[in-house]
Write a protein that binds this ligand. Structure first.
Ligand code: CA
Length: 508
């Protein structure tokens, strides 16, 4: 009997080791993380597989061919855990899948199918706080002697509470108030409690080693401790990553630190792998609106130098807009600028993140629900998988051309995304090169050079709505042109860029 049990146990272990090995092989044999392009998905709004009008995991699986066709090699899913809110940034069960989205089996199918297509999958991990409906908080709120009391932050000190009146919340006549930075439904965990740290690490390990996700988009990274205790905050994320690396060294942690690059640097030192570049997002927006280059190349080069000082291995997560910001298309005054925005994003070094629908010029303005409207797949009534979780205000029929119609039109924005992404995927220097601005170019152009030890690429964007001539020394040592919307005369070396047009070419 004992022998039989041992054989059974050893075969179980060997099966799970083999599965782990197979999973790792899929990831390791494929594209390095720094050469990938990600796509951010609000599952709720993406694609519905079972007719209830709410997007789900099987719906995402159904669209993997579309995503592969677009050329992306990673997806980030907004929170998938059980939660009382539509956005799910307040978690009730960190080990589960929200029933609207499907089951754990559906998640594993999504992972398998994504990995077959060389698409990494990361999920949102929201651990600064839980939902006030999480069992831990339900217990903690019962009284000061409850064993889970110390999982959260409590105080009866009215002086402290008065300093941050919006962050301290009453609990049914309790002598103490609890701390919830974002709102009362999101009580902050107490990271000074070792039991909390162990639990948060265990959750991370579960998703990476048992479920098989490829990493996390870490929410609210800078809020674990207040700004005055930033070192404690940095040390927590170092502890978290080191713990996960004990079981699997092949995962990706990209952080939301809504702050300037000077504040992000310390977190890149053995903590997170990457952070979203909000500074760049705002600079691109400003450039598009003012139609003048604020010195994008120089700015990004300086940010990367700062990161380099903090860490010798970091990635930069670059993006136009995300699920917390007004959609880029709603901020632009000329629809042709949508192509320019893409041409800029896909020629800057880093890991680009596309917000779902950006590739078809979806519109959206706050409040938040209306920057997260249903993805537009086809004309009204033509695709049963179209979600209807909310009645759209901005991406309404007639205002946004659906995916299906853009697929059939080689002048569409979607077609332009595919073109830019394929150029980026083919020429790795666009992802991994260093960047510097070019001097002595009028600021109605945005011009920069990407370079590594072997190659140099010149990128020039025309930021205005007129055809623009550029006669520059730059153009004397021209190499292979990868992309040009405009004309170039070999004889006169005169470059004409179309309104909002772009040149991408190697420099000999
Ligand atoms: Ca559904």
């Amino acid at each position: 009997m004992r022998i039989l049990v041992l054989i059974l146990i050893s075969s179980i272990i060997s099966v799970s080791c083999n599965e782990q090995a197979a999973k790792n092989q899929i990831r390791k044999s494929s594209t390095p993380i720094g050469e990938r392009i990600f796509y951010e998905i609000f599952v709720h709004a993406y694609y519905d597989s079972d007719g209830d009008g709410i997007g789900d995991l099987n719906g995402v699986t159904a669209k993997l061919d579309y995503l592969q066709g677009l050329g992306v090699s990673g997806i980030w899913l907004l929170p998938v855990h059980p939660s009382p809110t539509y956005h799910k940034y307040d978690v009730i069960d960190y080990y589960g899948i929200h029933p609207d989205y499907g089951t754990m089996e559906d998640m594993k199918t999504l992972l398998d199918e994504a990995h077959k297509r060389n698409i990494m999958v990361i999920i949102d991990m929201v651990v600064n706080h839980s939902s006030s409906e999480h069992i831990y908080f339900q217990e903690a709120s019962k009284g000061e002697n409850n064993p889970f009391r110390d999982y959260y932050v409590w105080s009866s000190d009215t002086l402290i509470q008065r300093q941050e009146p919006h962050h301290w919340h009453s609990n049914n006549g309790d002598r103490e108030k609890y701390y919830g930075f974002f709102w009362k439904g999101m009580p902050d965990f107490n990271f000074d409690n070792p039991a909390v740290r162990e639990e948060i690490k265990k959750i991370g390990k579960f998703w990476i080693t048992e479920v098989g996700v490829d990493g996390f988009r870490l929410d609210a990274v800078k809020y674990i401790y207040p700004d005055s205790l930033v070192q404690k905050n940095v040390e927590w994320w170092q502890e978290y990553r080191a713990f996960l690396e004990d079981s699997d060294d092949d995962f990706f942690l990209v952080a939301e630190i809504w702050d300037e690059s000077t504040s992000i640097g310390p977190f890149l030192d053995r903590g997170i792998h990457a952070a979203f570049n909000f500074e760049l997002s705002f600079a691109i927006e400003e450039l598009l609106i003012k139609r003048r280059d604020p010195g994008l190349g120089r700015m990004l080069g300086e940010i990367h130098e700062r990161y380099q000082e903090a860490s010798d291995s970091f990635y930069d997560a670059i993006f136009l807009k995300n699920h917390d910001q007004n959609r880029i298309m709603s901020l632009l005054t000329d629809p042709r600028q949508a192509k320019l925005a893409a041409s800029i994003l896909f020629t800057l070094p880093g890991i680009p993140f596309i917000y779902y629908g950006e590739e078809i010029a979806m519109l959206g303005l706050k409040p938040d629900e209306y920057i997260r409207e249903p993805m537009v797949w086809d004309l009204p009534g033509q695709d049963s998988g179209q979600t209807n979780w909310i009645e759209p205000r901005h991406s309404t029929p007639g205002k946004v051309t659906p995916v299906k119609q853009q697929m059939e039109n080689n002048t569409s924005l979607l077609f332009h995304y595919k073109k830019m992404i394929s150029i980026r995927n083919e020429h790795k220097i666009l992802s991994t090169g260093s960047i510097r601005s070019l001097n002595h170019i009028p600021d109605s152009f945005c011009a920069y050079e990407l370079y590594n030890a072997d190659n140099k690429i010149l990128v020039i964007h025309n930021l205005v709505d007129k055809t623009a001539n550029l006669d520059s020394e730059l153009l004397k040592s021209r190499g292979r042109v990868l992309y040009l919307s405009g004309t170039y005369s070999e004889e006169t070396r005169d470059l004409q860029l179309d309104p909002f047009g772009t040149l991408i070419q190697y420099v000999d």
